[in-house]
Design a protein around this ligand. Structure first.
Ligand SMILES: *Cc1c(COP(=O)(O)O)cnc(C)c1O
Length: 365
């Protein structure tokens, strides 16, 4: 018997998520050790000292199951965002928050709306359930909220909005999202995926979590993987109404956040210095990337995240050539962008390495 015939509808159409190439893999391939990886939008500063301390302290308790309710982390997040702990759902990365959300609301006969160049996990989750993906063409690489609204049907269960979006780095003005939410039927869930929330200037962004009382169908999703530098530990969270959190928690696997992750995330929320340092570095280095691409006449999409997406022509070939220079960036053909590369903003030194490597590659062309 062919086991494939037994898989759930949608599974055969899936392709595994393509992560950035691991440093160790390229080291083995090239036989060199000073690889620079600017491919997964990670925090280049390394672990926060407060998080490190908390992880060390938590190690002695690893024989025990983690706190299934994440009491301290939820309490801290609730304080930080002026919600109640009952409005917080923790996930194994915000990726799992999305998965829980899909499992809660999306069935094979549902439609899910997202932008054509949005974070690819929305498409993967839709496909894995066997639901129908409604991918909306972008407007200047950003989400077209009017078109998304117009695409809503009786079957629409969920609309996914990444703000800022990955891999384009585009940003929707909060007023536009607020107006959108006011028009979406309450029976349609809207997830606002804010994985890069912290990188957006405070004057530019809105406290979207304060909209929850007005929009019971809203899910605000955030993560510790990017600005808080805990990508390897996997912690993200959803802020929602109490009723919504109650549903998500029924689906959530009880021990989905491990003890080290809970301890580190709770501690890093107090590390304002680390957060500010990372944001300042990102801002300064983003300006350097823009100047560099301007000088080389390479068109880029202005980004408010910790990465920048640049048009280079044959991106696959440039990606390979950069690898040979020991620099890993991210090809995004899988996002329908075969001419672009996404480059994460690293330390000043790493970014200089990228620019030097890019100059070599451009000269070879
Ligand atoms: C990185 C990212 C996430 C998920 O990251 P986790 O590590 O799972 O928290 C979610 N959404 C977007 C848009 C991202 O870029």
């Amino acid at each position: 018997m062919d086991i494939k015939t037994l898989a759930n509808r949608g599974v055969l159409g899936l392709h595994p998520y393509q992560p950035g190439k691991p440093v160790e893999e390229l080291e083995r391939e090239l036989g060199i050790t000073d690889i620079v990886k600017l491919a997964s939008n990670e925090n280049p500063l390394g672990l926060s000292p407060k998080a490190k301390q908390a992880i060390g302290d938590a190690v002695s308790d690893l024989t025990r199951y983690p706190d299934a309710n994440g009491f301290y982390l939820k309490q801290k997040l609730a304080e930080r965002w002026s919600v109640t702990p009952e409005q917080v759902t923790l996930g194994n990365g915000s990726n799992e928050v999305l998965e829980i959300l899909f499992r809660t609301f999306v069935s094979p006969d549902s439609e899910v709306i997202f932008d054509k160049h949005a974070f690819i996990v929305y498409a993967l989750l839709t496909q894995s359930i066997g639901a129908t993906a409604v991918a909306i063409p972008s407007k200047e690489w950003g989400h077209d909220l009017d078109a998304m609204l117009a695409a809503i049907t009786d079957k629409t269960r969920l609309v996914c909005i990444a703000n800022p979006n990955n891999p384009t780095g585009t940003f929707l003005q909060p007023e536009a999202i607020e107006a959108f939410l006011a028009k979406v039927p309450e029976s349609v869930m809207v997830v606002l995926d804010e994985a890069y929330f912290e990188y957006v200037d405070a004057e530019q962004r809105a406290d979207t979590h304060l909209w929850l009382s007005r929009f019971p169908n809203l899910i605000v999703s955030r993560t510790f993987s990017k600005a808080y530098g805990l990508a390897g530990l996997r912690v993200g969270y959803a802020l929602t109404s109490v009723e919504m959190a109650d549903l998500l928690n029924r689906v959530r696997e009880p021990f989905n956040c491990n003890s080290l992750a809970l301890a580190a995330a709770t501690a890093v929320l107090d590390d304002e210095v680390y957060l500010a340092e990372g944001i300042a570095l990102n801002k300064a280095e983003m300006a350097r990337f823009e100047a560099y691409f301007d000088e080389r006449k390479l068109p880029y999409i202005p980004s408010v995240g910790n990465f920048i997406t640049v048009e280079v022509g044959e991106a696959g070939a440039i990606y390979e050539a950069l690898l040979r220079q020991g620099v890993i960036v991210r090809p995004i053909a899988g996002y329908g962008m075969p001419n672009h590369l996404r480059v994460s903003i690293g330390t000043a030194e790493e970014n200089t390495r990228f620019m030097a490597a890019m100059d070599v590659v451009l000269a070879e062309r």
